[in-house]
Design a protein around this ligand. Sequence first.
Ligand code: B3K
Ligand code: ZN
Length: 898
Amino acid sequence: PKEIFLKDYTKPDYYFETVDLSFSLGEEKTIVSSKIKVSPRVKGSSAPLVLDGHDLKLLSVKVEGKLLKEGDYQLDSRHLTLPSLPSEEDFVLEIDTEIYPHKNTSLEGLYKSSGNFCTQCEAEGFRKITFYQDRPDIMAKYTCRVEADKTLYPVLLSNGNLISQGDTEGGRHYALWEDPFKKPCYLFALVAGQLASRDDTFTTRSGRQVSLKIWTPAEDLPKTAHAMYSLKAAMKWDEDVFGLEYDLDLFNIVAVPDFNMGAMENKSLNIFNSKLVLASPETATDADYAAILGVIGHEYFHNWTGNRVTCRDWFQLSLKEGLTVFRDQEFSSDMGSRTVKRIADVSKLRIYQFPQDAGPMAHPVRPHSYIKMDNFYTGKFLFAWKSGILMICFLLSFQVYEKGAEVVRMYKTLLGSQGFRKGIDLYFKRHDEQAVTCEDFYAAMRDANNADFANFLQWYSQAGTPVVKVASSYDAEARTFSLKFSQEIPPTPGQPTKEPTFIPVVAGLLDSTGKDITLSSVHHDGTVQAISSTSTILRVTKNEEEFVFSDISERPVPSLFRGFSAPVRVETDLSDDDLFFLLAHDSDEFNRWEAGQVLARKLMLNLVSDFQQNKPLVLNPKFVQGLGSVLSDSSLDKEFIAKAITLPGEGEIMDMMVLADPDAVHAVRKFVRKQLASELKAQLLKIVEDNRSTEAYVFDHPNMARRALKNTALAYLASLEDPAYMELALSEYKMATNLTDQFAALAALAQNPGKTRDDVLADFYNKWQGDYLVVNKWFLLQSTSDIPGNVENVKKLLDHPAFDLRNPNKVYSLIGGFCGSPVNFHAKDGSGYKFLGDIVVQLDKLNPQVASRMVSAFSRWKRYDETRQALAKAQLEMIMSANGLSENVFEIASKSLA
Ligand code: B3K
Ligand code: ZN
């Protein structure tokens, strides 16, 4: 496999002006005809035109109407090269190819899902449809004619506007679509099938009527109401917050059950994994509703950030993804609770992005090289698989998406909302309908604000999470308070040494009553900056830096990195008492949560070391008290309380250890949970009782918060294995009127092996076997279980009639879920590793993208003890030696072994 480097980027020798595609869809084969107007970049250059193509049968090539003979071109398994061309002027190139969508299990290019045709082209799938310069800086205007059997495929869709449609011979019909905007081929889409639509309209702020359609099989239409609500909310929000209006008269969303990722932002024809469209109170949880809102928003927002302005090359992926994730995070915050959303996003960074940035797959927000671009897409959307307290971790790049979003957020922190908006406005003014780079975005932000961003660009080029240490000191006589920062970025593959980067630290100081001190001035680097607010931004740009606050009349407690102002690991000299104080008083709610998490991490790490030394485990009563007072603070948001009493995950604790010990961490987390439950039982029980509701399900923040708190409390109680609480959970399960409550009760019960668990799991399956999305949750609940020896159960489930290795959602639920549960995946006998190794080899033959996501669960094998290392390594080597290994899996497995 070939590695591709950012430094090797060159402009294309030929541009494509217009592309007219024609598809004749058939059961055995599909004929694709393309007619492209080609324009040489430099007139008279003799450069060959190299087209990408993969798994295509070439039928014919014509230049200016003249059929080329074999010998006039070169064809290999990945390219079609045309050596002699009329490069003095524009010319017309016509290519016919034959493809076989029904055999395409990679779900990339044109394929079939439940009998319908659909496409997925990003990143490099268009080359599986026809020969083309498959790169995002080739932007052209498209028309697309789709022809198919009228009975089997009554609905024919593509990008842009419908120009004409009609019947043709042999019971067939056609539709002709035209997209007035230039686009790269990765945004091309086609859908043909038996679908019905939910229709609505949106009137833009300039008064244009946009017709909105969400397409699914007819029986699923009732479940598209929330998706439509989300789309309209997103359209309105983008106008209100960014002044961005939709640019066509039609917007289509199609839901398909077989999809590698969450969704795809094809111009005016978004294609979605049905999991992120379909929802009803009985079949989807609050987490699903929230994910649908966020992802519908995300794909819609791409219309400007991604489609109107796109990436010059795939190294710039974060230009569109980091920015669009940031936009969807802001959208969800504005629709719900900002603090709770921030907590959820930061937890995600800690659980997934930080570990990846410290492992063999670490790469900068803008990677320097890749073998298979698909490996750089995030699992952002796979988070939707999160259900209740369960989360899975087997995903690829969190750097491009999630860290990229943090980088965009830092611009906003530095510039303020208005300055950020000015930067965005300039970005669109300069680059509409262009393919650009991360520097272009940076330059727009800087120029619109005359800003000094110092060494900010390092965020794009250096991998690794900076570690920031903070030492504080108070001088009573001088009435000054000093904060000394030092930063260090750990080495990562290919980058042994690092330069300092620009870290914005949003800081405030608390007085002894817990109130914010109004700051008057801060000294730094020989200059004095006057302030008159309770929060300020400290610009840390060097390896070591000191900031001194004056006029401070007593020793304050500093609240640093408010709202998580930079994606770094922080080590402060704050005492436990300071942290308890922040937990109780900080005016920045995010930092209240953070203080509790810092305390929990410290406490759990100490207990892990006690466990390893066979010492008895004892829980610090102050911690119980601290959480107890949060639990009974009725002034707090209920979902905030639920988050505050949730302990850091096992992965997060393992990530902080020199040698990860899954058994010890698991035992400790279980112990702390049980202790907390037993000490706080009365309060927890009251929470469950006070927060039930028999009213109809409503998706809004207060109701979601209420359910989150009640269900978190219920899970704690059920962990006690006390028959009374099992009874309680069982009755919650039976009384539930929506899936959020029902599934939470099921998960609470499923913690404890035994007859109750078996019965209720069977009952749930019986009830929901007709709904594949609910059945996936049932798979996930079992695959992530920490019950000893769970690998055997998961193996049995592979043979369950509802399971299918060809469907990504099922693989993510059953196999991904299993890898996300540390005790069983890392079982010391190697059974978990062997299970995954065998599956990856099998899966790679069907779907390389999904297989490489699964193999990434092995990537941090060097973090474990020698026995586990040897077992995991053997599996990676076995995978590497498999016949016909895909580039996707090769890249992950070989980098993991390196
Ligand atoms: N851009 C798509 C992801 C494409 C996946 C390529 N393997 C979804 C998104 O980020 O919006
Ligand atoms: Zn995206």
